[in-house]
Design a protein around this ligand. Structure first.
Ligand code: X2W
Length: 287
């Protein structure tokens, strides 16, 4: 027989947590939140399961989530197996015809379906897509030297809104359709920023494997303006792999995304911490 003494402190804390989340649940009711899940942030099965539950919960409480994923490390593994050499120039993979075939197979296949399956197992309704589906992301070539790397140019946000109206969570691989039948490889951050801009999203969450934008003393800065980002880039405080992320953030904000958060996707319940607590997570960038 269960008695009231089994209601220990944990349950009381859980109820208090839900109670304190009310203003945030109200704030994000009906909001469009684009979440970029990087290849480095999708490690363990437990992490994926937890991410999927967070996304399903967000949808349950009125958010319209859109997932855009990466998969750089997963592409590298497959290229290694096939003994295809690959190099990056300024953060973008030089992509010849053989490489783009592998990129599409890995991103639209294994990586995309793993996320879709995890969300569906958590009770959500996820559908896997790439930029080719419903012309979600039509691209122009970025630079002839990079081969089949694309720059997103045209979008179909109405199709994503139709999915949201049906309570379906889109999970999008960063593959673009070319105007002449080509397949384009798009950097995952670039794809997420461009899709968020096409939706004029309320939030773009860039889930990665660092805890945020750091200042000169190595501390994560919790709030930044685009101007501060520009200054920190100029004086070299923001460098290396963070540059493509902050550039994506600035571009997204310039094109109508209300705020961008750069956060560690491996931290437990990172998305919920960011949206539904006073604490937040990572670095919030907004005008
Ligand atoms: C990326 C696409 C995947 C990606 C690539 O080929 O690796 C380009 O570089 P992460 O996990 O987000 O880094 N595309 C053009 O961006 O994955």
């Amino acid at each position: 027989m269960r008695t009231q003494s089994t209601m220990n402190r944990d349950w009381i804390a859980t109820a208090a947590t839900l109670n304190s989340a009310l203003p945030y649940l109200q704030r994000y009711d009906g909001a469009t939140v684009v979440i970029k899940l990087g290849g480095h942030a999708m490690g363990s099965d437990e992490g994926m399961e937890s991410f999927a539950r967070d996304v399903t919960l967000m949808q349950q409480v009125g958010v319209n989530p859109v997932i855009v994923h990466g998969g750089g490390p997963q592409i590298n593994q497959m290229l290694d197996r096939l003994e295809i050499k690959s190099e990056f120039v300024k953060g973008k993979r030089v992509t010849d015809a053989a490489t783009v075939e592998v990129v599409e197979m890995v991103l639209s296949g294994r990586v995309n379906k793993r996320i879709v399956q995890a969300i569906n197992a958590a009770g959500g309704k996820a559908v896997g897509l790439s930029g080719k589906d419903a012309n979600l992301m039509v691209c122009n070539p970025t630079d002839p030297d990079l081969g089949f790397v694309g720059t997103p140019a045209e979008f179909n946000p109405d199709f994503l809104r139709t999915l949201h109206a049906a309570e379906i969570i889109p999970v999008i691989a960063p593959i673009g359709a070319g105007r002449n039948g080509e397949t384009f490889n798009v950097n995952g951050d670039t794809a997420a920023g461009a899709i968020a801009a096409s939706l004029k999203a309320d939030r773009l969450l860039l889930l990665t494997d660092v805890s945020g934008v750091k200042n000169g003393a190595g501390e994560v800065v919790t709030e930044l303006t685009p101007q501060q980002i520009r200054e920190m880039t100029e004086d070299g405080t923001i460098a290396g792999g963070m540059i493509p992320k902050t550039e994506t953030a600035l571009d997204a904000i310039e094109h109508g995304v209300r705020a961008v958060v750069i956060l560690d996707g491996r931290a437990p319940n990172a998305c919920l911490l960011e949206l539904y607590t006073e604490h937040g997570a990572g670095s919030l960038i907004r005008p």
